[in-house]
Design a protein around this ligand. Sequence first.
Ligand SMILES: NC(=O)c1ccc[n+]([C@@H]2O[C@H](COP(=O)([O-])OP(=O)(O)OC[C@H]3O[C@@H](n4cnc5c(N)ncnc54)[C@H](OP(=O)(O)O)[C@@H]3O)[C@@H](O)[C@H]2O)c1
Length: 312
Amino acid sequence: MTLLFCSNIDNAGLWRDALGRRLPGLSMRVWPDIGGPDGDPDDIDMALVWQPPQGVFAGLSNLRLVMSLGAGVETLLRDPTLPDVPLVRMVSDSLSDDMAGFVALQVLRWHRHSDAFDAAQKAGVWQWLPYRPAREVSVGLLGLGELGSAAARVLTALGYRVLGWSRSPKQLPGVEGFAGADGLAAMLPRCDLLVCLLPLTADTQGILDRDLFARLPAGAVVINAGRGGHLVEADLLDALDRGHLAGASLDVFSEEPLPPAHPFWRHPRVRVSPHSAAATHPSQAVEQVVATVTAFREGRPLANVIDRRRGY
Ligand SMILES: NC(=O)c1ccc[n+]([C@@H]2O[C@H](COP(=O)([O-])OP(=O)(O)OC[C@H]3O[C@@H](n4cnc5c(N)ncnc54)[C@H](OP(=O)(O)O)[C@@H]3O)[C@@H](O)[C@H]2O)c1
């Protein structure tokens, strides 16, 4: 069995070591070297990838399994060379922990005036600012999957009121659930902060737009850790500049890296992070890949397979 590894951010050497220890006999090639010194592309039957270049699967006629190093697979689904084989996404406790931590960090940052205190310290000013108790602050989560439900657990533990929106109705401890278009309409006016943790699909593309922002209460904060394609950037800038939204924390962008001239970099009420909300750490994520490869080898059902009709 030969695995093709392709990622421009994940460390191939760490993955080779981690997989080699757990799956002796597994041969790994690192894209663009699909032939290798002693093999040809037909040996490759599995791929482990993160946002590979379009067309990466061309010529891999024996590919039987594609595993994503990330939780979101929208770029893979857009690739016309993706074969009709199981596509397995990344699910790991560590990824969920990271995202829950990122969401808590951003919620606390806005709710507890963290940026204002940083600015006051730089000016040498002792500036007390009032804030509401967490249990009187409502955080809405768009998406209650692996990452949304992990964020909900941390936010409820911090005392926040948590509202959550999903495609199918969900019951999670301490979370008021909403589903469908009517559910979204009911949830939005109640959100002091809104967090996007949706997959990017035809249904969710551009969901963070002028219409959605208008349904949030004045002074709301938007946190996007889903995908850049969820956000209509001009609509966000307009809602911020009109004073309807108080701020935004953005981890993902329609163009990454965010271009140097982009207004988000210098906007006083936008906080930018470089798609770093949650990472796939080989030490933690290797177990999922090993479990998938082992199940695949033994012909058992695979977990975390993407439903291509739903798009996630
Ligand atoms: N910024 C980062 O560093 C980073 C890292 C990892 C992942 N992500 C992003 O986070 C996304 C979510 O990951 P996940 O593992 O939580 O995914 P997941 O487990 O598949 O959960 C997706 C959630 O979104 C809901 N959803 C999907 N389409 C919807 C729609 N049209 N209307 C309402 N709800 C909808 C699903 O509803 P159901 O429960 O009813 O299916 C589910 O609750 C990924 O796809 C990726 O884009 C970002």
